[in-house]
Design a protein around this ligand. Structure first.
Ligand SMILES: O=C[C@H](O)[C@H](O)[C@H](O)COP(=O)(O)O
Length: 228
């Protein structure tokens, strides 16, 4: 079974957790898109959906899901979102699609968060997937030097690299830049998360710790449920 089919199964299973009248946080990425499609197909009444990116907002709009904002609906009942890695205790790396800041704001405003992923995303130790770090553009090279110092304190030798695409530096929906830190193994995610947050110029990082209440993992045999 392909990774995409596993993502679809996870997205469809998560859509069944949504009830009419809920305020729902919509994640970003290819897995979250399956959830958005499955949710729209259910045709539930009274939903209000808070998207975590412009891309998700556009998809939800096309599918006729009623959109809201964190300003208008600051308390969210349930958020469903993908992840780049799902580690022990449902510690996550997110931000491969550069949406980590809005995602974290929506996750933290949610009573319940479900992460959905294909089986290959489940890892024994976080860090094979490069950790995204969102940085303000002003002085970003100076900020990158400070990030390198923190990484080196964590025995991570490779400095983080600014994310680029065909048209130059990748900008987030908020206009910031992304640095990707190739960590290989993050032995103390809590301390790394704290240390990165202390750097002026770092807006957010992709470590989502203690936020996911449940994981729905698509596998070749259906879905597997994980709890922290
Ligand atoms: O910024 C993007 C998000 O954190 C995504 O949820 C994450 O990158 C997973 O994306 P995908 O489902 O496409 O693998």
């Amino acid at each position: 079974m392909s990774a995409d089919t596993q993502k679809r199964l996870a997205g469809e299973a998560a859509a069944l957790r949504v009830e009419s009248g809920m305020i729902v946080g919509l994640g970003t990425g290819s897995t979250a898109a399956w959830f958005v499609k499955a949710l729209a197909a259910r045709g539930l009444s009274g939903l209000r959906c808070v998207p975590t990116s412009e891309a998700t907002a556009e998809l939800a709009r096309e599918l006729g899901l009623p959109l809201s904002t964190l300003e208008d609906t600051p308390r969210i009942d349930l958020t469903v979102d993908g992840a780049d890695e799902v580690g022990p205790g449902l510690a996550l790396i997110k931000g491969g699609g550069a949406a980590l800041l809005r995602e974290k704001l929506v996750w933290e405003a949610s009573s319940r968060c479900i992460v959905i992923a294909d089986k290959a995303k489940v890892v024994p130790v976080l860090g094979k997937f490069a950790l995204p770090i969102e940085v303000v553009a002003f002085g970003h090279k100076t900020t990158a030097n400070r990030i390198a110092d923190v990484l080196s304190d964590h025995e991570i030798a490779m400095p983080a690299r600014v994310r680029t695409a065909e048209r130059g530096l990748v900008r987030t929906d908020g206009g910031n830049l992304i640095y990707d830190a190739s960590c290989q193994a993050i032995h103390n995610p809590i301390r790394l998360a704290d240390d990165l947050k202390l750097i002026t110029g770092v807006v957010e990082h992709g470590l989502f710790l203690d936020l996911a209440d449940e994981a729905i993992i698509g596998t070749d045999d259906g879905v597997e449920l994980l709890t922290p």
